[in-house]
Every structure is written in structure tokens, then in C-alpha cells.
Design a protein around this ligand. Sequence first.
Ligand code: MRU
Length: 350
Amino acid sequence: MHWTTLQWLGDALSGQFQILDQTLLPEHEMMIELTSVDEVWAAIHALKVRGAPAIGCAAAYGAVVGARSGDISSVAKVLENLQKTAAYLATSRPTAVNLFWALDRMTKFGEAQTSTDPEEFLASLLTEAHSIRDEDDAMCHSIGKHGAALLGDGMGVLTHCNAGGLATSDYGTALAVIYSAIEAGKKVHVFADETRPLLQGARLTAWELSRRGVPVTVICDNMAAVVMREKKVQAVVVGADRIASNGDAANKIGTYGVALLAKAHGIPFYVAAPSSTFDMTLEDGSGIPIEERNPDEITHGFGRMTVPAGVSVYNPAFDVTPAELITALITEKGLISPVNSRNVKAMIES
Ligand code: MRU
């Protein structure tokens, strides 16, 4: 087993919800237990667990943690705990739609239950959370299979941030495409943008690819253009946090720039994501809420002051790549190309 991104050990009433603390990687590989809803909220907010599908899975298990906390003397009380937890966890991060999708699914599932036994009710909530995780894993493998066909033997592939097993239940979205291509016998070399300011590419993507034996070269974000001009990469594959119904895709800050560079160099730009990442209520990407994070991440990244005191800083965590820059969306249901409202609706609503 390579590693475990998140897991629930035991039953609903006394079991443990554990995550791999991603803020400690690559130096320390440590599973931590999240014992309260506050700890789940803080872990999501601080990116201890991160990446859109993994946030969804964490929220589902967090909902169980919340449902069993406090008064559980009746099904009505457990349901009230669940609803309060869902409302609270929904404030942990704004951009990845999987968070809201998973909380909504858990709440609706709870509201539809007819059990009169609180313990049985809690057990059914845990089963639903496990289903969310298992379905995510199945979707990731399916994304990998659909996407692998797009990569040729010997290709260099650029990725941004981490859309791998660490960002999902286990197998990844963008990295699933690479894993599947390699499993199909192709040689692939990955170029990982370091991904300022929190270095998900350098710390996480490079770590997980190394753990899975995939050759990887880390580059600073400002080197992507040169790597493309030197013909070291023949494709770009990234993940997404929220995709609007016209195919505009929000992903880690810097993705939009990479898409523009890919276009300038005639390199295909792919976005891999499960259907739980699509927000069909949004006509286009302008409605996607973009998280702004603490300026400290830029001024004091990883312990050193790198910006003079008092200087203003702008720290949006995501950007939106317009559909016209995306060669194809890779989903568990198949490829969407060309990327437009008609094709997105046909695939996602099928
Ligand atoms: O801020 P993060 O690390 O949660 O951002 C993650 C990303 O932008 C990923 O690319 C995205 O969630 C896709 S994960 C399969």
C-alpha cells in the first residue's frame, strides 16, 4: 500500500476518522485523528486535507463526526447534529464544489432515513460516507482509463498543483490519467509546477509520484514556458475545483497562465475531474467563488519573511480557465470535447 489519504476505522459510534496531514509532507508522513467537527473544519481550512474530491470525502466523514457529537438520544437529535455540522463545514472553504455536494448528499440522505434507532441511523450515515469515498475511487479509475488514451508513449506531461491520490480518495484525477497510461505500458515523464505559494506541486505531487515510481521533475512555476519551448512536454493535465456548465474550470492559482502558455505552444491542455466537481447551476466561470487566503502564505511562506513588512499582498487561491483554452474535459463518463455548454450538459446530465 502506497499511503492512505483518509480513512474511517471502526464503527459509526466509536470509530476514528483519520487523515494524512498534508501540511507536514514531504518531511513527515503522519496520520492524525480528527475527533471533533472543529478539528475537521480546521483541517480542511488549513489544507491538512485538500484537493476537491478529498475535501468532499472528508466532509462526508466530518458529517458523521458531527452527527454523533452531543445529544444522540433520538434520531431527531442526531439529524439536528448532522444539519448543524453540514452548515458549519460548508464555511471551511468556498471554491471546491465537492464540499457542498458531499454535505448536501449526506444531509439529504439523513433527512430521508426512516429509522427510529439513533445508533442504526448513525451507522447508515457512515455507510453513506463510505459510499461517497468508494464512488470517488471508482470515478478516479474511470477518469484514468478515459484519459490514458490521450497520452502517447514517451510523452512529457506538465501538471500544476496536486490532483493526485492525495487530492482524492486514493487514485487522483489528473494523476490518474498518468497512472493509467503507465499501467497500460506507456512511458511518461511528469513535470510538476512547484505551485506557489503553498507548493502542492513540489511537496505533494513530487512526493506521491515518487512513491508510485513515476519519474518526475519539479520546476518553478515561472519555468513552464521554457519547458514547453524546449519541447519537454507534449500535454498538460490538471484537475479542477469547480467546473461551470459551459466548461470554464476553476483550479489552483496559476492554472489559467499554464493554459495560455499551452495554447501559445500548440500543446493540448486537459482538465480531469469527476462529475461531483461540475456545478451545473453556474452558466459560466464568472460565478465561481474564488477563495482568498491569508497574505502570510506569501509574506512568510514556510517560515521565512520574504516580503517587507507592511507591503500589500493579493492571495487568490484559484483562477478560472475559460472553456476555449481547454482541449478536453476528462470525466468518469468520458471525454468532453470540444468544451462547450451543449457537450458538458450532454455528458454530465446523461
Ligand atoms: O488548495 P488546494 O490544494 O485544495 O487546491 C487543489 C487543487 O487546485 C486541485 O488541482 C483540485 O482540487 C483538483 S484535485 C483532484
